[in-house]
Design a protein around this ligand. Structure first.
Ligand code: SF4
Length: 471
């Protein structure tokens, strides 16, 4: 018998830092490498080359990226760097002269080429190792869907446009094809991401593209959201700026096509601070609009992030922010202390806020948001909501007969009470709260179940599943 031994494929280790957008890039790179015949290594020791996908948004993120590169060099030695910090190749080279190659964000071909050079491809990579829907680093039941890259704004604290350039939208038909594949491969939740979702398609002048099912779709947030909503998965919109046309996606939420969830990075409320931040869609009537949205979709969950201690933020500005938060009663709030970023205009602005004051303001925003969140979650106790299961506890069989020393009857094998953790429509993965379930026997990740809420704390809900809504 002739036995052909396939050469062992080289193994690539991956360290992915930064935001969900970077995770999507890592997924694309790994999908390409898998289709080229590479294997992934879960640890440094087993990797022929380690790819570090860096984030360079804040100075602290840069430092984290440099530390990750240093660790990969120390543990493995063969390191390729990609991602936002690729723009600063000199800084990386100076500290780690042994790095094999450095490429920038979205330079897929270059980074894949660098891995090929560092660990040459097996001669016999004829097997298609890529599962339907690409290779994903997120659990199979939810997927990030990147709809555009770059940004046309120039917020004073941000260097993303410098790192990634102006807005470039993907074609809506290509996005829909990717989403269809993901849903066919088991995705139950599509998380729409970009730098500015509301601006999607502006660069294409909202051109219409034919759909293979007939009809057409415009490169526009409303049209794309509607088409995505028809695929049968949860559709969650991130990084939405409150431009007037956001009003048009609210009816899609009322129809159940899009989740009643908006992630709007307001960053501040004081008109003066917003103006100095050069924030887009800086609309003084935002509170009124939030009220109108909630009238149409009463269970709308709004998440946002805020920067405290932006240069020149006065006590009055900060008081304005606290009052605004009290009025807006957002569901989820993340706060950040302003951090100077090299290359961002705000870094050299006058009136930098002292560190202690930033800390004080940060704590005040967090305390207020925690109280509002606790109140809003407490109001859900007694209600029934849909929950998408993320994790199920390991089940340990317990032989009760053996426990009790009974040998005369067949042993009853029971299980400890099984718990599970999931998310409601109001919770995005990783950034929002969770729903903890007791009595979750028979459930698996990706199931959507109806849950009766029994308890709540500042961030999470606790409940018991009633029935499987869909499997
Ligand atoms: S909208 Fe502002 S903060 Fe967001 S990516 Fe664009 S420039 Fe940066």
């Amino acid at each position: 018998m002739n036995v052909t031994t396939l050469p062992k494929p080289p193994r690539v280790g991956l360290v992915s830092l930064g935001c969900p957008k970077n995770l999507v890039d890592s997924e694309r790179i790994m999908t390409k490498l898998r289709s080229d015949g590479y294997d992934m290594s879960p640890d440094y020791a087993g990797a022929d080359v380690v790819l570090v996908n860096t984030c360079g948004f804040l100075d602290s993120a840069k430092e984290e990226s440099l530390e990750a590169i240093g660790e990969a060099i120390a543990e493995n030695g063969r390191v390729v760097v990609t991602g936002c910090m690729g723009k600063e190749a000199d800084v990386i080279r100076e500290r780690f002269p042994d790095v094999l190659a450095i490429t920038g964000a979205h330079e897929y071909e270059q980074v894949v080429g660098a891995v090929h050079d560092a660990a040459p491809m097996p001669a016999n990579a004829f097997l298609n190792l890529v599962p339907e829907g690409g290779l994903k680093l997120t659990p199979r039941h939810y997927s990030y869907l990147k709809i555009s890259e770059g940004c046309n704004h120039r917020c004073a604290f941000c260097i993303i446009p410098h790192l990634r350039g102006d807005l470039v939208s993907r074609r809506p038909d290509a996005i829909l094809r990717e989403a269809e594949k993901l849903v066919a491969a088991g995705t139950r939740e599509l998380l729409v991401i970009s730098q500015d979702t509301s601006a999607y398609g502006v660069d294409m002048r909202h051109k219409a593209f034919p759909l293979k099912s007939g009809g057409e779709v415009r490169a526009h947030m409303t049209d794309l959201s509607r088409e995505l909503g028809k695929l049968g998965a949860w559709v969650r919109l991130h990084y939405v700026y409150p431009y007037p046309h956001v009003n048009d996606v609210i009816p899609l939420m009322a129809e159940g096509l899009v989740l009643p969830y908006l992630d709007i990075p307001f960053q501040h409320a004081s008109p003066d601070v917003l103006r100095r931040m050069r924030r887009p869609a800086n609309d003084a009537k935002v509170l009124q609009r939030i009220r109108a949205w909630r009238e149409q979709v009463p269970d709308l969950a709004i998440r946002s992030s805020f920067v405290v201690g932006f240069p020149g933020e006065t006590d009055q500005d900060f008081a304005y922010l606290l009052n605004w938060l009290e009025e807006a009663r957002l569901d989820r709030v993340g706060a950040f202390k302003f951090e100077p970023v090299e290359g961002a205009p705000a870094t050299s602005m006058d009136d930098q806020v002292p560190a202690e004051l930033k800390q004080e303001r940060y704590e005040a925003v967090m305390a207020l948001s925690a109280r509002i969140s606790a109140e809003k979650l407490a109001a859900k106790v007694g209600s029934t909501i849909d929950v998408l299961i993320d994790r199920v506890d390991d089940v340990e069989p317990v032989d009760e007969g053996a426990d009790r020393g009974h040998f005369d009857a067949p042993h009853a094998v029971h299980h400890h009470e099984v718990g599970a953790t999931g998310r409601s429509k109001a919770d995005a993965p990783e950034i929002d709260g969770e729903v903890h379930l007791r009595d979750a026997r028979g459930l698996k990740p990706g199931d959507i179940v109806s849950v009766r809420i029994e308890d709540a704390d500042e961030h999470d809900l606790y409940g018991v599943p009633l029935e499987t809504v869909a499997d």
